[in-house]
Design a binder for this molecule. Structure first.
Ligand SMILES: Cc1cc2nc3c(=O)[nH]c(=O)nc-3n(C[C@H](O)[C@H](O)[C@H](O)COP(=O)(O)OP(=O)(O)OC[C@H]3O[C@@H](n4cnc5c(N)ncnc54)[C@H](O)[C@@H]3O)c2cc1C
Length: 327
């Protein structure tokens, strides 16, 4: 069958968590596919990325270093990755299911006449083909598909896999990158640093604590932030809370916000409308705190607390703090 590639998602060599998760998945798949897990790196900062890529078990790395990858939009990466796939025919290629990864994957697929599957939450091998679970219809349904043809292009949802270290001596293969003039037509003029917050981003976090209209006042998001900080979690919000101007839209979870799949999702004062569920129902463990025992969110949860959030959340935050401190 062959190698399983991971297109490294990174910022100047700082790899994202989903890259480590994809490498973990690729190790298992490559073993079955009779090939190696291979990292494909496009951009600058390879020496930084190399350390992480080795830590998560890439046996080989195809390295295309050029500042053109950041000077122009995704077209240079599409060109290089498509050419490499065409020449080397891996068994499968994993991309991060984030906006940039999905854009590269779909454009590579269009160039090579291949299919592409987004938002994969699990991948196994049946015969010589990947059997993929992925979320569809805004996350409302999990669909199982067996892919035909190949090489198989799959976008992996952040936090669908748990990353496990497995140090390897990565064998580097530096490739020449000559980017065509055609791929340089959309120029990046300026980059604006995102305001750095201490908490993880909602779509990258392993744990999310989300607040809804039940908080009653924007000030009460402090309760959500306090609990999130004890857990090292991101802060999410329902659309009702975002529309009321209580929390920024970048934190909204749901059909018109982020689709997330963390290991743990805690919904506080959120009723569980279908549009909210569409964005979080593939979370591994779901806990809800709501004073209404009939709230639809309780149909979905692993653990439900029927109670007033203003009682429950401070107690929960305090108890977690005590246990962390060994008290
Ligand atoms: C096209 C479309 C797209 C949408 N996209 C999204 C989306 O992306 N994300 C999203 O979230 N919504 C989305 N919505 C809106 C969605 O339908 C709901 O209106 C919204 O999710 C409700 O937010 P909520 O649960 O915070 O508020 P509510 O439905 O008002 O629920 C508040 C909950 O808090 C509980 N509560 C109140 N006080 C307390 C207390 N003291 N202690 C404990 N519990 C308490 C209540 O029992 C209630 O269950 C969309 C709607 C449409 C039509």
């Amino acid at each position: 069958m062959g190698d399983v590639w991971v297109v490294v998602d990174h910022e100047n060599g700082e790899t994202s968590k989903v890259t480590s998760q994809m490498l973990t998945a690729a190790r298992g798949l490559a073993k079955e596919a009779g090939g190696d897990p291979v990292a494909v790196f496009c951009g600058q900062g390879w020496e930084t990325a190399k350390e992480r890529v080795s830590k998560f078990g890439a046996a080989k790395a195809i390295v295309a270093e050029s500042e053109d990858f950041s000077n122009y939009q995704t077209a240079p990466q599409v060109e290089v990755v498509a050419k490499l796939i065409e020449e080397r025919q891996p068994w499968g290629v994993l991309f991060a299911s984030v906006p940039s990864g999905k854009e590269v994957a779909t454009r590579v697929a269009a160039r090579l006449g291949l299919g592409v599957l987004a938002d994969a939450t699990n991948i196994t091998i049946e015969g010589d083909k990947p059997k993929v679970e992925h979320s569809a219809f805004g996350g409302a349904t999990i669909v199982q598909k067996t892919l035909k043809g190949g090489p198989f292009l799959i976008c992996v949802k952040p936090n669908a896999f748990v990353s496990e270290e497995a140090a390897a001596e990565v064998q580097e293969d530096k490739v020449e990158t000559s980017i065509s003039e055609d791929a340089k037509r959309v120029v990046v003029k300026e980059r604006v640093e995102k305001e750095a917050g201490g908490r993880p981003a909602v779509d990258q976090a392993a744990i999310i604590v989300s607040g809804g209209r039940g908080l009653q006042d924007p000030k009460n998001f402090e309760l959500i932030e306090g609990l999130a900080d004890q857990l090292g979690a991101a802060v999410g919000a329902s659309r009702a809370a975002v529309d009321a101007g209580w929390y920024p839209h970048a934190h909204q979870v749901g059909q018109t916000g982020k689709t997330v799949s963390p290991q743990l999702y805690i919904a506080v004062g959120i009723s569980g409308a279908i549009q909210h569920r569409a964005g979080m129902q593939t979370s591994k463990t779901i806990i809800a705190i709501n004073k209404d025992a009939e709230a639809p969110i309780f149909q979905l949860v692993d653990f439900g607390i029927v109670g007033d959030l203003f009682d429950v959340v401070p107690k929960l935050t305090e108890e977690i703090g005590k246990r962390k401190g060994g008290g």
